[in-house]
Design a binder for this molecule. Structure first.
Ligand SMILES: N[C@@H](CCC(=O)N[C@@H](CS)C(=O)NCC(=O)O)C(=O)O
Length: 207
């Protein structure tokens, strides 16, 4: 199996790098420079017509959207801990639902706060940022409540959804949204950043 991941440092593709490192899979990592608009060039669009990262090419075939990529990676390794194992179709769907919640609900509210130009052509972006902060606060309060009850989203055991949540709240923090009111999230952040797979991801993103 040949795997190539297109990523950008600091972007949500970091979650995918983390998953690949956690599973110990061989993968070629190719950096895409979002700041110079490389993701909108003809060359990159010929690889990923959506013009976004992450993009995984597995044996020559393209897969996009973080949750789909993570579910696929999880299926490649027997005993993978990215998503808890279950024979119950409804429970499995609940796990997938959590990944999709991160991708399609929490991530967009982070984007409202950090990259408001994405949502308005108006010069004044304050409205978009304010709307994003309201939504993000609701999400962070729900995350905080759950992490006050256990170390990880699913209790005793880390899963890739933890790393997804980590990316969302850390990106918001880097974008100027303070996390001081969320002590359980801050403790979770430390646990994630102490993981060897997180350190290996950080090395790739820093290279
Ligand atoms: N729904 C996509 C979102 C991917 C996404 O928005 N990636 C950002 C980086 S975090 C990106 O490529 N942004 C560049 C752009 O949209 O122009 C997923 O879950 O994979």
């Amino acid at each position: 199996m040949s795997l190539t991941l297109y990523y950008s440092p600091g972007a949500c593709s970091g979650i995918t790098i983390n998953a690949i490192k956690e599973l110990g899979l061989d993968c070629e990592f190719i950096r895409v420079d979002l700041s110079s608009g490389e993701h909108k060039t003809e060359r990159y669009l010929s690889i990923n017509p959506h013009g976004k990262v992450p993009a995984l090419v597995a044996d020559g075939k393209l897969l996009t959207e973080n949750p789909a990529i993570l579910i696929y990676l999880n299926s490649l390794v027997e005993g993978s801990k990215l998503i808890p194992e279950t024979d119950d179709a409804f429970q499995r769907s609940l796990y997938y639902s959590d990944l999709m919640w991160c991708s399609s609900t929490v991530h967009p509210s982070v984007r409202h706060v950090c990259v408001p130009a994405y949502y308005t052509v108006a010069e004044d972006k304050d409205d978009v940022v304010a709307r994003g902060k309201i939504a993000l606060t609701v999400h962070l309060q729900a995350i905080e409540k759950r992490l006050q009850e256990s170390d990880w989203w699913y209790g005793e055991q880390w899963a890739i959804v933890d790393t997804y949540l980590h990316w969302c709240y850390s990106r918001a923090q880097r974008g100027g949204f303070p996390l001081d009111d969320y002590p359980a999230i801050l403790a979770h952040k430390e646990r994630i950043e102490a993981m060897p797979s997180y350190q290996r991801r950080a090395q790739i993103e820093a290279a």
